[in-house]
Design a protein around this ligand. Structure first.
Ligand code: GDP
Length: 719
């Protein structure tokens, strides 16, 4: 029978002995730790003899100054129990959590038992255990050893944590300047210490822990480099390294306690807490979020925003502006080709893009409302919980949120993620979110092909999030990205009524930058596209089908045939989207705008798309443009954040590859299921691809290291 080892750790008087006695009953063996007169007690769990509980001496910290501390830390490091059960006194959180921050660094999963909950309750205090768990990034159980409450749950969580492979551990992160120093020490250590204990050794070496300094076999160069890092950091903080860490630990704890403890004598929940209980609820949070996003898309793309857009497209850019412009141009005797350029090139292109302004304004107005009232912070909190399940950092959600406005600041926002692998991963996937420039593509496809479905537009949003989450899960399992997510604590501000000034300001900013782009990049692109679609390579006026653009597009188009849109129009629109995503619509506007009988009506331009796209192909086109490499500006931002050509190319390659794969699946399955398409070799490939993707998501992660005893591991290698 395989045994599970659980270690009980905690401050003196936290209730460890009471817990131990309750759990083991009379099944205890008592002796001494080798070499010291510290009592050693262990015992089998009363209800399951294969679970062995090791009681550790009561300690306040893991420094090496008392025999108790040395015994406890040697046991945890060398014998590596499956899980540490950290008993803390809930009526004395601050002091007890100090040890917790250190236990979390050891590299063994920790389950925190908040004991004395009966005392806490009586005193009128309240500890939000869920928030405490969130802050510590570990399981937390409320209990009372005296009243025999919560003990079963403590064991259940501990056994659950023990079963996980690889073991899930997370440690608190501190000031970025300290984190940078610890990160560098971890790099210097390399393979000298086991990977999962790297954080522990980095912290201890930074603190200049005398025992660890002797234990780890460092080369001269390693010692010198670490000493330099310590010296620099001490200078920056103007404090000794040990004091820096103590301060940081207490600051972390203070944030944590502020997050989860309230002193609320009346025992009533504040309004904010009441709302939070629902919107951050374990099961309801995501459906509520989905519903809210559906509502927002419904308002912006289906109803209010669309009324404005229809008017702009049909009336303003459909008849008023072109008619007026045409009359003016004729009265000025402007050359025929110039008239064509202005009407079919510039007005069709810029007009097609500007037509979406009302939808964008409504969308951003709603998103700003959510942001300003405090809901978005909750969503980051909920997402963090979800992401963490998959080994992603919740901090990745902030860049994603920003990327719904524009990918460039979204990518830049990933800087707040300390863990380099997580940061790269986030940079790579953030632009899957639909930014304001992709919104017109969504609105176009939803309006032209799925006028009766209110779910198609928000589905693009969920497609983006799903692509991010599933990419994260799959990529995290590769060696390039595997690492533990760093916890982050986010203050949840109380809800408040949104301030119209803030909301107005944000909406205006985003809307204005959209208009500016239409007036610059889209303007120039429209001229070029008109030119390239009106002339052939010998610069003679040509039918659209024989134009420069058509010829170029036709070379590349076959690549997209398996996605359902292997024609030059779709290809060219996608390629011009690399300059700016608005161009996708601008290009289609110019191309279809040239068909004379439909040029006066924007909606009919959309109707023309039916000639080239089936509904499944249109959705596949939408998915491809949503997920593929972003515009040049965002690619530039990715390059800046990656600071490395190879990584930039990897990101672009991954984005395009994923976009291709997903669109392929959507088209192949959509075509067969909804459009009565025949099964073909494409369907077979789609099934294989789907299986490959499922495998990439579900496979077991590569084990990062062996479960080896400590002694072997500190032998060390020359750096
Ligand atoms: P240890 O020093 O961590 O082993 O703590 P003990 O188990 O000896 O507990 C210290 C004191 O706290 C004892 O008087 C226990 O009876 C008491 N105690 C332990 N758990 C609880 C609890 O959940 N509620 C209350 N009210 N007292 C407790």
């Amino acid at each position: 029978m395989q045994e599970t080892y659980l270690a009980l750790a905690g401050n003196p008087n936290s209730g460890k002995t009471s817990t131990f006695n309750q759990l083991t009953g009379s099944l205890q063996s008592v002796g001494n730790w080798p070499g010291v007169t510290v009592e050693r007690k262990s015992g089998a769990l009363r209800k399951n003899k294969s679970v062995i509980i090791q009681d550790l001496p009561g300690i306040y910290s893991l420094s090496p100054y008392t025999p108790e501390e040395i015994v406890a830390r040697d046991y945890l490091l060398n014998e590596q129990p499956h899980v540490i059960m950290n008993i803390i006194d809930g009526s004395n959180l601050e002091r007890n959590l100090y040890l917790t921050t250190q236990l979390l660094e050891i590299g063994v999963p920790v389950v925190v038992g908040v004991n004395m909950m009966d005392v806490v309750k009586k005193s009128g205090k309240r500890i939000n255990l869920e928030k405490l768990a969130y802050g510590l990034q570990t399981d937390v159980v409320g209990m009372s050893a005296l009243k025999k409450q919560g003990l079963d749950e403590l064991i259940r969580h501990s056994l659950h944590a023990a079963e996980k492979f690889p073991p899930e551990t997370a440690y608190p992160t501190y000031d970025p300047r300290l984190e940078a120093a610890l990160g560098e020490i971890m790099d210097i250590l390399g393979n000298t210490v086991p990977q999962k204990q790297a954080r522990w050794f980095a912290v201890k070496l930074f603190e200049q822990d005398p025992v660890v300094n002797q234990q780890v076999d460092l080369s001269k160069i390693q010692q010198k480099e670490i000493a330099e890092i310590i010296a620099i950091t001490e200078q920056i903080f103007n404090d000794t390294s040990e004091a820096i860490l103590i301060n940081e630990r207490y600051e972390f704890i203070a944030r944590l306690v502020a997050l989860c403890a309230t002193n609320d004598k009346e025992w009533s929940l504040s309004a904010s807490d009441k709302i939070d209980q629902i919107v951050t609820h374990r099961f309801f949070a995501l459906p509520i979020f989905a519903l809210i996003m559906w509502g927002i898309y419904y308002l912006s793309i289906q109803t209010i925003g669309t009324m404005g857009s229809d008017w702009l497209n049909d009336v303003l850019f459909g008849s008023i502006v072109p008619e007026w412009t045409q009359q003016t141009l004729i009265s000025w005797h402007v050359a025929e080709w110039m008239q064509q350029l202005i009407l079919n090139g510039i007005l069709s292109g810029v007009g097609a893009v500007l037509g979406f302004l009302p939808q964008i304004v409504v969308l951003f107005f709603c998103l700003s409302l959510l942001e300003d009232c405090g809901y978005m912070a909750r969503i980051a909190f909920v997402m963090d919980r979800l992401f963490r399940k998959f080994g992603l950092s919740g901090k990745s959600f902030i860049p994603m949120l920003i990327a719904t406005g524009c990918g460039v600041p979204g990518v830049m926002a990933s800087r707040t993620i300390e863990n380099e692998k997580d940061r790269r991963l986030t940079v790579m996937v953030t632009t899957f979110m639909p930014c304001s420039a992709k919104l017109p593509i969504i609105a176009l496809i939803a309006g032209a092909f799925f006028p009766n479905s209110s779910w198609v537009a928000p589905s693009a949003y969920f497609l983006g999030i799903t692509a991010i989450v599933l990419s994260g899960i799959a990529l995290k399992k590769t060696r390039l990205f595997s690492s533990d997510p760093a916890p982050f604590i986010m203050e949840l501000p109380a809800y408040h009524l949104p301030q119209l000034k803030n909301v107005g300001h944000q909406t205006f900013d985003r809307g204005w930058s959209f208009v500016k782009k239409a007036g610059t990049i889209i303007f120039v692109s429209s001229i070029l596209i008109w030119f390239a679609s009106s002339f052939d390579f010998l610069l003679r006026p040509a039918e659209a089908n024989e134009s420069i653009l058509a010829r170029l597009g036709q070379v590349i188009a076959p690549i997209f045939a398996p996605l359902g849109w292997g024609h030059w129009q779709g290809t060219v629109a996608t390629l011009t989207g690399l300059v700016a995503k608005e161009n996708v619509i601008g290009t289609l506007g110019v191309l279809y705008g040239q068909i004379p009988e439909v040029s006066e009506n924007g909606v009919e331009i959309w109707g023309q798309m039916h000639m080239h796209f089936t509904a499944a192909a249109a959705y596949s086109f939408l998915a491809f443009n949503l997920l593929c490499a972003p515009c040049f500006a965002a690619i530039g931002a990715i390059h800046r954040e990656m600071a490395n050509k190879k990584w930039t190319w990897l990101a672009i390659g991954y984005q395009c590859g994923l976009a291709y794969g997903v669109s392929f699946l959507l088209y192949q399955f959509g075509h067969v299921i909804f459009e009565g398409g025949e099964l073909s070799i494409g369907t077979i490939f789609a099934v294989i691809l789907l299986l490959v993707m499922i495998f990439a998501i579900c496979r077991r992660p590569k084990a990062q290291e062996n479960h080896q005893p400590f002694v072997q591991m500190v032998k060390g290698s020359e750096h």
